[in-house]
Design a protein. Sequence first.
Length: 255
Amino acid sequence: MNAAPPILDVEDLSVAYGSVGAVHRVSLSVAHGSIVTVIGPNGAGKTTSLNAIMGLQPSRGVVRYLGEPVDRLGVEQRVAKGLVLVPERRELFAGMSVADNLALGAFTRRRTRQAEVETTLGDVYRRFPRLAQRRTQLAGTLSGGERQMLALGRALMSRPKLLMLDEPSLGLAPLIVKEIFSIVVELRASGVSILLVEQNARAALSISDYAYVFETGELAMHGASTQLAEDPRVAATYLGIREAASGADPAIQGR
């Protein structure tokens, strides 16, 4: 029996800013119902890759979502098909209320599925009770953790099948980071596939099923998250753990 194809399959993705290459022939995939993380230093091409997959950045290579190439689809069309990005800067509308920001997340569904939108809004408020309490409050007055919850809630309003998260822990206190990552795990349990770009490698590897390591725009390593977390190179470089050098686990693949 053949295994189900991945929900996302990226082959030889390359991105350049003018004559400067930012991502060089990167390939990755996300299995249905899994959390896949991408870790690496600043400038490694992680955010650029997410933007290219979302259609926000011109690129070369092949991006297949739900088994079909999406290179001819615009951003709104990708969102309508369930491919959704929560950007690093969250990009909330600070002068609008929590409720209005959430409503914008359902823009691809509102005209034809109003009843479903209301049901989804209720689900979001149950998942994020603080957003329900602050529904009339301006987004710009929320705490950092609440803004991240609002960004996640707004993405969920579009009923994503694959949710791409860019640095969701950025600038948050450790307790809030723990809460955000717990929510990510809950989303996977509800059937949402996750592609997570994260500099908090320890947290990302602890909740993900599979991981990719980017360095200078290239794929340096990939493998099961538990195995990568035990690899001496990853431990020393990204987890702050110094171990005696040893051979990498054979299940971990280099570039």
